[in-house]
Design a protein around this ligand. Structure first.
Ligand code: FAD
Length: 448
C-alpha cells in the first residue's frame, strides 16, 4: 500500500503548476492538481495571452492610419469591441482546453475546486475531501491589489477587464507598472480617453530611466493624460452610471471605468500555510530556498506566490526545476541572471540586464552606447516617433551589462539579443557582427 494518495499534490494549475505537474508525472510520479478557476492560470486566462491579443487588436488603429501613406485606400474604419473581445475569449477557451488535455495525456488528475493545506502532507478540497501527498506544491500565483478607498468596489482589475460589455469612453487607470501602461496603450489606441494616475511621478520603476521617459513622452503625445502624486480619495457612482473620482492634488475627474493596476499580492490568504508551519514574508509570499522548498520539508512553492520574479517564463522554469529535482533525480537550480522583460506599450519596451543607474551603482562608471533613431516605417508614415536603443557596458572590458530598447517590435528583437548578453559577450562582438540591412535590429550592431 502506498503511504500517500499521491506522490505530488499541486495547488494551482497556472504556468508553474501545470509545468511541474506534467513533468513530475512524466518522471513517473502520481500527481493531482487542484484549480479553483480555470486551468491555464493567470497568463493564459487573464494575463499575458489575452492582453497581447488586445494589443495586436489595438495596434491596427495605427497601422490602418499609416497605411494611407503607403498607398492604401483605407475607408473610415470603425471598431467593434465585442468582436475583438469574443474572439480573444474564444482563443482563451481553446488554450484552456489544450492545457487540460496536456495534463490528461500525462495522467495528471485535475480537480476543479479550491484546495487548502491542512497539514505537511494533507490537502483539504472545497468538497470537504481530504487527500494525502508525499509532497505538496503551492503554485497559487498572485492576485490584483486594490486600494481600499471609499467606493473602490466600483473599480475593476485585470481580472475583469477582458470581459467588458462595451468599450468605455473615458478610462482612469491607477498604477504605473507594466499592466497600467499596457492597458493605457490599448484603450487609447481603441479610442477611449485615458487618464493614468500614480502615487509618485515614476512610471515603470525598475526599467531604464531614459527608456521610460521616452515612453512617457510618446504616450503623452498620443493623448494619454498622466496625473502624478495622486492618491484616491474616493469613487462615487453617479445616477447616469459614470464614476466621479476624487484624488489628492488634482481636480475630480468623471470617467466610465476605473481600472486598478496597483500591483499584485501573493495568493496565500486562507490557504492554511502559516498553520501548517510554512513561513510567509511580510507580503504573504511563501519563503523558499533555491530548491523551492519552504520551511516545511514536504511543502514547496513556485511562481508568483513566492514573489521572486513575477513572470510566466520564470514560473515555468521554477516548476520544471522543482519536478526534475524532486521526481527526476536531476537536481536543477533556476538561474535568475539576465531575465529579459518587456512592456507591451505603444511602442513597446524591452530590456535585459542592468539599467544604466543600476550599473553605475555597482561599477561607479560605465560606458553607454545609444542609438536614437526614427524607424524607416515611421518616417514614411509621417509618424514623429523615435526609437531608442541603449547598451550599458563594463568600462574596461566592454562586457555588455544591459541592453534596453523602446521602439516597434523591440520585444521580438531583444529576445535574440538577450542570448548575447546572457552569454557574457562584449561590445566588440556586436561591432564585429555585420548589420542586417535594412532593419531596426541592425542598430544593435551600430551603436555609438
Ligand atoms: C494582466 C496581466 C498581464 C501579464 N502579462 C505578462 C506578460 O506579458 N509576460 C509575462 O511573463 N507575465 C505576464 N503576467 C504575469 C504572469 O501571468 C504570471 O507571472 C504567471 O501567470 C505566474 O504563474 P503562476 O503559476 O505562479 O500563477 P498563476 O498563473 O496565477 O496560476 C495560479 C493558479 O492557482 C489558482 N489558485 C489560486 N489559489 C488556489 C487554491 N487555493 N486552490 C486551487 N487553485 C488555486 C488560480 O486560480 C490560478 O489559476 C501578466 C499578469 C497579468 C495579471
Amino acid at each position: 500500500m502506498a503511504q500517500f494518495d499521491y506522490d505530488l499534490f499541486v495547488i494551482g494549475a497556472g504556468s508553474g503548476g501545470v509545468r511541474a505537474s506534467r513533468v513530475a508525472a512524466a518522471h513517473g510520479a502520481k500527481v493531482a492538481v487542484a484549480e479553483e478557476y480555470r486551468v491555464g492560470g493567470t497568463c493564459v486566462i487573464r494575463g499575458c495571452v489575452p492582453k497581447k491579443l488586445l494589443i495586436y487588436g489595438a495596434h491596427f488603429a495605427e497601422d490602418l492610419h499609416d497605411a494611407r501613406r503607403f498607398g492604401w485606400d483605407v475607408p473610415e474604419c470603425s471598431f467593434d469591441w465585442t468582436v475583438l473581445r469574443d474572439n480573444v475569449l474564444a482563443e482563451v477557451d481553446r488554450l484552456n482546453k489544450a492545457y487540460t488535455s496536456t495534463l490528461d495525456s500525462h495522467g495528471v488528475e485535475v480537480l476543479l475546486e479550491r484546495a487548502t493545506v491542512s497539514g505537511p502532507n494533507e490537502v483539504t478540497l472545497a468538497s470537504g475531501r481530504k487527500v494525502s501527498a508525499g509532497k505538496i506544491l503551492i503554485a497559487t500565483g498572485a492576485r490584483p491589489a486594490v486600494p481600499q478607498c471609499p467606493g473602490h468596489e466600483h473599480g475593476i482589475t485585470s481580472n475583469e477587464v477582458f470581459h467588458l460589455d462595451h468599450l468605455p469612453g473615458r478610462v482612469l487607470i491607477a498604477g504605473a507598472g507594466y499592466i497600467a501602461n499596457e492597458f493605457a496603450g490599448i484603450f487609447n489606441e481603441l479610442g477611449s480617453k485615458v487618464t493614468l494616475i500614480n502615487r509618485s511621478d515614476v512610471i515603470l520603476r525598475g526599467y531604464d530611466e531614459q527608456i521610460r521617459d521616452r515612453l512617457l513622452q510618446i504616450s503623452m503625445t498620443k493623448g494619454i493624460d498622466f496625473r502624478f502624486h495622486a492618491e484616491f480619495k474616493g469613487i462615487e457612482k453617479q445616477a447616469d452610471g459614470s464614476l466621479k473620482v476624487g484624488m489628492t492634488g488634482h481636480d475630480d475627474i468623471e470617467v466610465d471605468l476605473v481600472l486598478f493596476a496597483t500591483g499584485r499580492v501573493p495568493n496565500t490568504e486562507g490557504l492554511g500555510l502559516a498553520e501548517a508551519g510554512v513561513t510567509l514574508d511580510d507580503k504573504g509570499a511563501v519563503v523558499v530556498g533555491d530548491d523551492n522548498r519552504s520551511s516545511v520539508d514536504s511543502i514547496f512553492a513556485v511562481g508568483d506566490v513566492t514573489n521572486r520574479v513575477q513572470l510566466t517564463p520564470v514560473a515555468i522554469r521554477e516548476g520544471q526545476a522543482f519536478a526534475d529535482s524532486e521526481f527526476g533525480d536531476k537536481p536543477t537550480l533556476v538561474d535568475y541572471g539576465c531575465i529579459p522583460a518587456a512592456v507591451f506599450s505603444h511602442p513597446p519596451i524591452a530590456g535585459v540586464g542592468m539599467t544604466e543607474s543600476q550599473a553605475k551603482q555597482k561599477y561607479g562608471s560605465v560606458k553607454v552606447y545609444t542609438s536614437d533613431f526614427r524607424p524607416m516605417k515611421n518616417v514614411l508614415a509621417g509618424r514623429n516617433e523615435r526609437a531608442l536603443y541603449k547598451m550599458i557596458c563594463e568600462p574596461n572590458s566592454g562586457k555588455v551589462l544591459g541592453l534596453h530598447m523602446i521602439g516597434p517590435d523591440s520585444p521580438e528583437i531583444l529576445q535574440a539579443a538577450a542570448v548575447a548578453v546572457k552569454a557574457g559577450l562584449h561590445k566588440d562582438a556586436f561591432d564585429q557582427t555585420v548589420a542586417l540591412h535594412p532593419s531596426m535590429a541592425e542598430e544593435l550592431v551600430l551603436m555609438k
